[in-house]
Design a protein around this ligand. Structure first.
Ligand SMILES: Cc1ncc(COP(=O)(O)O)c(C=O)c1O
Length: 371
């Protein structure tokens, strides 16, 4: 027996691969999930979630839809609740991309995007990000213009893996271009609330076109709840909602209750998350300077730092990162995992504790001696 052909070439994500088989005392600067404590609002809601484990409505519990709608300043019919933003991505790709179509994805970009395009039977088409991993509207539009078969385009800001952002003007241009080309624009904004400088703009603020994704996984500190959402025109959400219904019926009800408590308590939860992020950034910035001599510029948002690799590592970044992991006992993710343009870099997650960041960067130093 052989699995379906669309799974050809699909393996374990390189992020998980870097963790599997790592020395037990390795410090992980690899995984993209918060390490600050789960906010009290969620712990309380989980403890008192009671005995209601019924399926609940396909569209999610109305209270959570209402809270998410209020948070984003939209009406509840513009909210689709999903099993993580990953659930929204899967459903949207299935609904809006298929055999014969192409999907524009950022390079370097979140590694699920090209995989989800292939699982939908479509072809991922990378577009280049600008310096710092920022959205470059010109490069996006050039790729859009030369790919008339595109039906879907993804932007991600602040972005994984570089922490790059998007200006309001570039978002507006990209949205207008997608509208004119009649392709669906999805703006993945799961990291939007995690920043140390200015608040990144949302597509929702600058254009009345496209869908916006978020979840409780990052700024609300609860990735294991698996609750996310897509916001936008109900007619564009509807086909994806059908896919999501057949895929998983609805996000788990106790998780939705906890997500409700988190979103309702955003005024406390999010500033606390930003303070935790700030402490981690400060630790990383100081460690990069004292151990590697790098004057680091903070990313537009998210908890990723895009570290240039020594030149001799460019030919085989995976072997270099495995050596750093096995000998140096620190896990970093080769940028190549996020697309060919990531080859000369590694992604460092600063979602870990300040202590781990400090020790982890110290352990990296011997391998970056030429910098
Ligand atoms: C850019 C981006 N989008 C979406 C996700 C999926 O997050 P979740 O499904 O937990 O909302 C991630 C997770 O790391 C991510 O980095």
């Amino acid at each position: 027996m052989k699995p379906a052909a669309r799974l050809d070439g699909l393996g374990l994500s390189p992020i998980r691969m870097m963790n599997l088989g790592a020395p037990p005392d390795a410090i992980s600067l690899g995984l993209g999930e918060p390490t600050w404590p789960l906010p009290a609002a969620a712990s309380r809601a989980l403890a008192s979630s009671g005995n209601d484990c019924s399926y609940g409505p396909n569209a999610g519990i109305p209270e959570l839809r209402g809270a998410v709608a209020a948070f984003h300043g939209v009406s509840p019919d513009r909210v689709m609740l999903t099993a993580g933003s990953q659930g929204a991505l899967f459903a949207l790709f299935q609904a809006w991309a298929g055999p014969g179509s192409e999907v524009l994805v950022p390079d370097p970009g979140f590694l699920a995007y090209p995989v989800l395009a292939r699982l939908a039977g479509a072809v991922p088409v990378p577009y280049q990000l600008g310096p710092g991993g920022n959205l470059d509207a010109d490069s996006f539009m050039a790729v859009l213009a030369s790919h008339p078969r595109a039906t879907l385009a993804i932007i991600n800001h602040p972005g994984n893996p570089c922490g790059g952002g998007a200006t309001a003007a570039s978002l507006a241009r990209v949205a207008e271009a997608c509208r004119n080309a009649d392709i669906l624009l999805v703006s993945d904004e799961v990291y939007r609330e995690l920043y140390t400088g200015d608040r990144p703009p949302s597509l929702l603020e600058v254009a009345d076109y496209g869908l916006v994704l978020s979840s409780v996984s990052k700024a609300w500190g609860a990735p294991g709840l698996r609750v996310g959402w897509a916001i936008g025109d109900p007619a564009l959400l509807e086909p994806a909602r059908l896919v999501h219904n057949f895929m998983t019926t609805a996000a788990a009800r106790p998780s939705q209750q906890a997500a409700l408590a988190l979103v309702a308590d955003s005024a406390t939860v999010i500033p606390e998350a930003r303070a935790a992020l700030r402490a981690r950034w400060n630790a990383l910035e100081a460690a990069l300077l004292s151990n590697l001599g790098i004057h680091a510029v903070p990313p537009a948002g998210a908890f990723y730092y895009w570290l240039p690799l020594p030149r001799e590592a460019h030919a085989d970044p995976l072997s270099f990162c495995l050596k750093v992991r096995d000998e140096g006992r620190v896990i970093i993710v080769p940028g190549l995992a996020f697309g060919e343009r990531g080859r000369p870099f590694a992604r460092i997650s600063f979602a870990g504790t300040p202590e781990d960041l400090n020790e982890g960067i110290k352990r990296l130093a011997p391998y970056f001696a030429c910098h």
